[in-house]
Design a protein around this ligand. Structure first.
Ligand code: NAD
Length: 488
């Protein structure tokens, strides 16, 4: 398989077959580094395509759940091996669809493979515990049952890792899956599905239906035969999905936005803090849910930190992520570019000082891409829009505080609570941060972005529906506990 095939048509994957949508219509996935370049055409599916996929998943579920966890695990190992074989191709496709650098895309693909292997092994691990009964003649224990058919709705920012960190645990615990990826990165998803096909996964166990969020995404949320929905994306969409799922009694899990702070204490290693800020805020063009968005610095070191940050920002090379030496690619799509530029405008209008960047890059090779400069605002205060709302772009809001206590208050003064980071050498500050910071991921002397696949991942406050993904935590969502009481 070679990704450089242009204008390729990608079909839905339903019941083990690649199928054209009933609509006979397609949606375009384009390269954000060059909007004239089409990466692929994917199906603009209708509700009836989704119905077919759900029926296939429902039909396959009983046989799939009857397999041992070890047997299901073998399919996941085989899919991981297939992905390893196609790593370069998948990564290149992700860069072409989403814009992140090839190095990042390769790292993400390797992570996807590691996630598959982790969950393959999970098929051999415990699913319950024995609980002493008050009846001396009884045995009481818990076991776990799959939910049934699980709907997976994913965003474009991690087009490989997120689908896999949802599908792998869903599958290993005996569920069957219908996935609807973001259209912007649906070709990458098709390539992942191809790896499962190559692994010989039984027909109907994994199905992919591409299409618009309002038809296929909402269709998943409302489908009476989908028992669980796992979603990652924006808060507005997440809440709609949650409401639709709740209304019909389906289980749901929502991972949503962030407004992640980094606190830089006066005693911090400033060079380390600058490196982490640059990486957290600008890698993937700021389009990680855990990206650093607010940098809250103690006044004693504010000016020197700012100078160091500006100096390092100047070294950032922007361009097509496929090219050698490029550190930051374009925004993933035109909408995102427009959103980022409108937040920059708001920052200026509300009185923040634009220190660096702030503009779209359009000259020469950049003219057909969705490029924006890495941007730093100074004198940002908590009530400003750029201090409150998720931008999802390469924009830093610098905020000055006098004390760590004030830094914590500022850091917590948002609706989100996904990830938060502090740079300090003071153990007291570290402990206060662990205790008082409202975030699902607490990072000390490390950037706000960064997740290990074996650890729970998810946010507090408006960042999630309060469940956790990845690691063993995934078991909580993808299974239901049964308490068993046995008397001879
Ligand atoms: P989005 O909410 O626009 O789309 C996500 C998915 O939902 C896509 O597949 C989309 O087609 C679908 N969708 C759109 N409208 C729908 C509807 N009415 N019903 C059902 N599905 C619908 O998000 P995006 O722009 O693709 O991704 C960016 C967002 O994702 C950011 O807010 C980011 O913070 C968030 N995100 C969160 C995490 C996390 O783990 N917390 C990780 C990555 C991204």
């Amino acid at each position: 398989m070679v990704v450089s095939t242009k204008n390729k048509l990608y079909l839905n994957f339903i019941g083990g077959n690649w199928i054209t949508s009933a609509s006979n219509d397609t949606l375009k996935s384009i390269d954000p580094a060059n909007a004239n370049e089409v990466v692929g055409y994917v199906q603009n599916s209708r509700k009836e395509d989704l119905d077919l996929a759900v029926a296939a998943a429902k039909k396959a579920q009983n046989e799939w759940k009857k397999l041992t966890g070890a047997a299901r695990g073998q399919y996941l190992y085989a899919a991981a091996n297939a992905m390893e074989k196609h790593l370069d191709e998948i990564a290149e496709c992700a860069t072409r669809e989403m814009g992140k650098t090839l190095m990042e895309a390769k790292g993400e693909t390797a992570r996807g493979i590691a996630i598959l292997r982790y969950y393959a092994g999970e098929g051999m691990r415990k699913v319950g515990e024995v609980i002493p009964s008050t009846d001396s003649e009884a045995l009481m224990f818990t076991t776990r049952a799959p939910l049934g058919v699980v709907g997976v709705i994913t965003p474009w920012n991690f087009p490989i890792a997120i689908p896999i960190w949802k599908m792998a645990p869903a599958l290993i615990y005996g569920n069957t899956v219908v996935i609807k990826p973001a259209t912007e990165t649906a070709v990458t998803c098709a390539k992942i599905v191809e790896c499962f096909e190559e692994a010989g996964l039984p027909a109907g166990v994994l199905n992919m239906v591409t299409g618009s969020g309002s038809v296929i995404g909402q269709g998943i949320a409302e489908h009476p035969d989908i028992n669980g929905i796992t979603f990652t994306g924006s808060n507005g969409v997440g809440k709609k999905i949650g409401q639709a799922a709740f209304a019909r009694g389906a289980k749901y899990q929502l991972e949503m936005g962030g407004k992640n702070p980094i606190i830089v204490a006066a005693d911090a290693d400033l060079d380390q803090a600058v490196e982490a800020t640059i990486s957290g805020a600008f890698r993937s063009t700021g389009q990680k849910c855990t990206a650093t968005s607010r940098v809250i610095v103690q006044s004693d070191v504010y000016e020197i930190f700012k100078e160091k940050l500006l100096e390092k920002t100047r070294d950032i090379t922007i361009g097509n992520g496929l090219r050698e030496g490029i550190w930051m690619g374009p925004c993933a799509n035109e909408n995102q570019l427009t959103t980022v530029l409108s937040y920059i405008r708001k920052g200026i209008d509300e009185g923040a000082t634009l220190l660096s960047g702030g503009e779209r890059v359009t000259h020469g090779d950049y003219k057909d891409g969705f490029y924006v400069q890495p941007t730093i605002f100074d004198n940002v205060t908590t009530e400003m829009t750029i201090a409150q709302e998720e931008i999802f772009g390469p924009v830093i809001a610098l905020m000055k505080v006098d004390s760590i206590q004030q830094a914590l208050e500022v850091a917590n003064d948002v609706q989100y609570g996904l990830s938060a980071s502090i740079f300090t050498t003071n153990i007291g500050h570290m402990l206060s941060f662990i205790d008082e910071m409202d975030a699902g991921l607490i990072r000390i002397n490390s950037e706000s972005a960064g997740v290990e696949l074996q650890a729970p991942f998810g946010g507090m406050k408006q960042s999630s529906s309060h469940s956790r993904e990845q690691g063993e935590a995934a078991k909580e969502f993808f299974t239901a506990i049964k308490t068993v009481f046995v008397k001879g």
